[in-house]
Design a protein around this ligand. Structure first.
Ligand code: PNS
Length: 161
């Protein structure tokens, strides 16, 4: 049974994230979508809220589960016995940071690989920050986030208008 981890801030989950998780679920037996802390970011949703939204968005994919973890991703990967970390790559702007993370994680947990899936062209421009900004000014985010979590995101961010 090949298990992989799709880690991220998921603050909130977008259609870009869901695309990567869905494609990973077609390639591997078991996928864990993992909410982890990115120390460089100040989240709008708690880890619990982000995990709950991920659960709603992935409920239709039988081999995907959701978890959250406070600590080093490499420690979670080792403890879980996963064979790989799956990350989505959008433009070149992602590359340097993701490359650094992949090298550090390889050092910390040599038995696991980092595998990059390229984003689809529709999701090239998409990230959680853009979604939050559009939502906070009352813009339509229906094309950007999974339908199941649209009300949760709008409810939380509409009061920021
Ligand atoms: O969605 P993001 O914010 O690009 O995801 C980045 C994330 C959360 C996967 C990354 O920051 C992470 O792995 N955080 C956990 C702490 C860690 O292991 N850092 C890497 C070694 S410094």
């Amino acid at each position: 049974m090949a298990k992989v981890i799709c880690p991220g801030s998921f603050d909130p989950v977008t259609k870009g994230h869901l695309d990567i998780i869905t494609r990973a679920s077609a390639l591997f037996d078991e996928v864990v979508a993992l909410v982890v802390i990115n120390p460089q970011k100040n989240p709008s949703f708690t880890a619990q809220e982000r995990a709950d939204m991920l659960r709603k968005a992935t409920a239709h994919i039988p081999n995907v589960s959701v978890d959250s973890f406070h600590g080093l991703l490499a420690d979670y990967v080792r403890q879980s016995g996963a064979i790989a970390i799956i990350k989505g790559l959008r433009a070149m702007t992602d590359f340097e940071y993701e490359f650094q993370m992949a090298l550090i994680n390889k050092k910390l947990v040599p038995e696991a690989e980092t595998i990059f899936l390229t984003t689809t062209s529709e999701n090239m421009y998409l990230n959680s920050s853009v979604v939050k900004q559009v939502a906070s000014f009352g813009g339509n985010i229906a094309d950007f986030v999974p339908t199941e979590v649209l009300p949760d995101i709008q409810l939380r961010l509409c009061d920021k208008i």
